[in-house]
Design a protein around this ligand. Structure first.
Ligand SMILES: C[S@@+](CC[C@H](N)C(=O)[O-])C[C@H]1O[C@@H](n2cnc3c(N)ncnc32)[C@H](O)[C@@H]1O
Length: 240
């Protein structure tokens, strides 16, 4: 049975407000997702005689970063540690309870790194931010909670400046993805379908990432992509 947008939102909010949301941080730690995402944002240690290499997804280049579907702060925690000291960080989530859990988890880290993120509750389909408010959006394992990716991608494109980047992590349509989809009551994505939806929203893929070489070889760990917000096409001149 198809759920309406409101029914889908209520079901997702109840899921994360409740016990499943309470164990989310633990599940991300046990599955190694949380530490491996950190490796994506962190500069790798230089080899002997090597120059320091930039991180695979370098967040130091951004000043306004929005983490959509921030959950227990699994990505936010890495942003707090890796972002430039003058960057503004905003955590956004449907579940107020998840935002409370995340704020508690992030307290000590925020003080240590001098980053106090803003915590904002709402639906990613209608975010309370002006157009082009951010130069980076991260969205980990949240788009799969929407039956149709298009409106969510369009909303993320709206709040991104042209040239801004989206780091998108999504559940893939493989064996582990199916299992996650049952556990977290969400859908999965075929990579080609997701790439087409991103391009249609003005967010073409510019780079594909993997959690580790093992994840890449086994095609595990979901779809992780960096997308660039392209400038809107100028509208054709209107007849007078
Ligand atoms: C699986 S958790 C992801 C947490 C974290 N981003 C990560 O990378 O592990 C999904 C989060 O998305 C939130 N979420 C689901 N649907 C949403 C929506 N329509 N708008 C905003 N947040 C949403 C949930 O409340 C939950 O906290």
């Amino acid at each position: 049975m198809e759920r309406s947008e409101g029914q889908n939102r209520d079901l997702t909010r109840r899921l994360y407000d409740g016990p499943a949301g309470a164990v989310l941080a633990l599940a991300s730690a046990v599955s190694l997702h949380e530490p491996l995402i950190g490796q994506l944002l962190k500069a790798p240690p230089p080899g002997r005689g090597e120059e320091r290499r930039p991180p695979r997804f370098d967040v130091t280049r951004f000043r306004d970063v929005l983490d959509v579907g921030s959950g227990a702060g699994q990505i936010l925690g890495h942003l707090i540690r890796e972002a430039s000291p003058d960057a503004r960080l905003t955590a956004f989530d449907l579940s107020k309870q998840m935002l409370r859990r995340s704020r508690r988890r992030m307290e000590a880290r925020s003080v240590r790194h001098g980053h106090e993120p803003g915590y904002v509750a709402g639906d990613m389909l209608r975010m309370p931010f002006v157009d082009g408010a951010f130069d980076c959006v991260t969205a980990g394992w949240v788009l799969e909670h929407l039956p149709d990716p298009a409106p969510g991608l369009e909303e993320m494109a709206r709040v991104l400046r042209p040239g801004g980047r989206l780091l998108l992590l999504c559940t893939a349509d493989n064996v582990t993805g199916q299992w996650n989809s049952r556990t977290w009551k969400c859908r999965t994505y075929n990579p080609d379908e997701l790439a087409a939806a991103c391009a249609a929203a003005g967010l073409p893929w510019v780079r594909r990432h993997h959690l580790s070489p093992v994840h890449k070889a086994l095609k595990f760990g979901g779809i992780i992509v960096e997308c660039e917000r392209v400038a809107d096409e100028p509208s054709p001149p209107q007849p007078r």
